[in-house]
Design a protein around this ligand. Structure first.
Ligand code: PAF
Length: 298
């Protein structure tokens, strides 16, 4: 009897994989046999416009799980700027080709806005204990409520064993770790290292919007962060922050939105350094009208 059940579920698993699904009900129907067969499910949530950074998350998910779901959804509630939402690249066919190149055994979930939000496009209000009030949260009001809303929705419908997020959005990663504790969602959150272009620029879907020249000179952001790491060995956070500001004052191509050195658990700016604490430097920069973020472990 046991053998028959396993055999059936294995057959079902084979049939299920490599699917492009747009409806939540279809998704849940396809995932049910996997859950029944206790398969481990890795989830890589994305907003599409996939690049090598996403590819590395998908590859890691494949190494650590029996099946992988990639979600592609440009989530309106996490954009505080309508123009940014309109300009966000939407490249589903290209994304599917990239994913299929990594593996044919995969579920792609690409719902519509109506499918996720019905007729109420709004975000839940979360209490992330202040993690959402600094940096990205301070400059993009409501952003993390939007992120929390869609990520919670994906966790509830997909029930992944592990979910993968890039450290480029380090604040988001910390907030999602907080979300699963807050909402008691049984999923392991895996943070993956930042993937960079050859010149050091952190991979981002927004890089596509940079001119060729800008994309090359944007190496300035990472080279500044590398010097920050060096300087932080001997100088205070304030001294390093002032140095970064002066570097950007001298630079005509990039406008600094914020630079902050923070402890990784609180994400609050630091006044003093402690030996046993882990710190990171965070930066947000405008290159023309394209907003780029990056960070580095110190
Ligand atoms: O990091 C992103 O691409 C998005 O914020 C996420 C996690 C897919 C939620 O929309």
């Amino acid at each position: 009897m046991q053998i028959t059940t396993n055999y059936l579920s294995l057959r079902a698993v084979k049939y299920i994989l490599m699917q492009l699904l747009h409806k939540k009900q279809e998704l849940e129907k396809h995932l049910a046999p996997l859950v029944l067969a206790s398969k481990t499910i890795g989830l890589v949530p994305t907003m599409g416009a996939l690049h090598e950074g996403h590819a590395s998350l998908i590859q890691q998910a494949f190494k650590e799980n029996e099946c992988v779901v990639v979600s592609i959804f440009v989530n309106p509630t996490q954009f505080n700027n309508t123009e940014d939402l309109i300009k966000y690249p939407k490249t589903l066919d290209k994304d599917i080709a990239i994913i299929k190149n990594i593996s044919q055994n995969i579920i792609i979930y690409a719902p519509s806005v109506e499918e996720i939000y019905k007729d109420n496009i709004s975000a839940e209000k979360y209490n992330f204990n202040g993690l959402d009030r600094v940096m990205e949260g301070a400059f993009r009001l409501g952003h993390f409520d939007g992120v929390g809303t869609i990520v919670e929705e994906l966790f509830r419908s997909i029930k992944p064993t592990k979910a993968y997020f890039g450290e480029k959005d380090f604040q988001q990663l910390q907030i999602i770790k907080k979300l699963v504790v807050l909402k008691n969602i049984p999923v392991e959150i895996i943070g993956c290292p930042i993937v960079r272009e050859e010149n050091g620029l952190a991979m981002s879907s927004r890089n596509e919007r940079l001119s060729k020249e800008m994309r090359l000179s944007a190496s300035f952001i990472y080279s500044t962060l590398r010097t920050v790491r060096e300087k932080f060995g001997t100088k205070s956070a304030l001294e390093v922050t002032n140095w970064v500001k002066s570097e950007f004052d001298k630079n005509n191509e990039f406008r600094l939105e914020y630079f902050q050195i923070a402890a990784i658990e609180t994400l609050k700016p630091i006044k003093r350094k402690f030996k046993n604490k882990q710190y990171r430097a965070f930066i947000a920069v405008f290159a023309d009208d394209v907003r780029l973020i990056d960070n580095i472990a110190l």
